[in-house]
Design a protein around this ligand. Structure first.
Ligand code: DQA
Length: 146
């Protein structure tokens, strides 16, 4: 099994950016923990982070015939990008939407997600652990591990 872990704008600033909301873990920490989990469970994984909407669309398109699942945190593009939602629909690869913060308790403009409708699941407010839960969901072992 191969999964893509895709992160949108400003998530390269994790650890520096609003640590009261997003925590002190860095993007490198996130990659390290997801990589270890995937390695332990025999799952192939590829990471991508970009601050540019079109680059995120290009990488989502790469998932067609190349990935069995996608973990995606489109960050601010969650609330604005029909292009990202369309790309996810186009490739038709199962995906889990992740948000580090609990978007449901934040500003009203964060309550909108263009990608939630077709997601296998949306995980929010669980910090970096949410990415591990997303991988577990995709490998169909949620609740049976750890
Ligand atoms: C976020 C929530 C978004 O509203 C915000 O724009 C982000 C990160 C999260 O992980 O909590 O950049 O997706």
């Amino acid at each position: 099994m191969k999964i893509f872990v895709i992160n949108g704008p400003n998530l390269n600033m994790l650890g520096i950016r609003e640590p009261d909301i997003y925590g002190s873990g860095t993007y490198g920490d996130l990659v390290g923990m997801v990589k270890s989990f995937c390695w332990e469970h025999g799952v192939g994984v590829e990471f991508f982070q970009s601050n540019h909407e079109g680059d995120l669309v290009d990488f989502i398109q790469k998932a067609y015939k190349n990935a069995d699942g996608i973990v995606i945190n489109p960050a601010a593009y969650t609330h604005t990008s029909i292009a990202i939602a369309d790309a996810l629909k186009a490739v038709a690869v199962p995906y889990v939407e992740v948000h580090i913060s609990d978007v449901s308790g934040r500003e009203s403009y964060r309550q909108v997600s263009y990608i939630a409708e077709n997601a296998v699941k949306t995980i929010a407010g669980k910090g970096l652990e949410g990415y591990i839960e997303a991988v577990k969901t995709l490998i169909g072992t949620e609740g049976k591990l750890c």
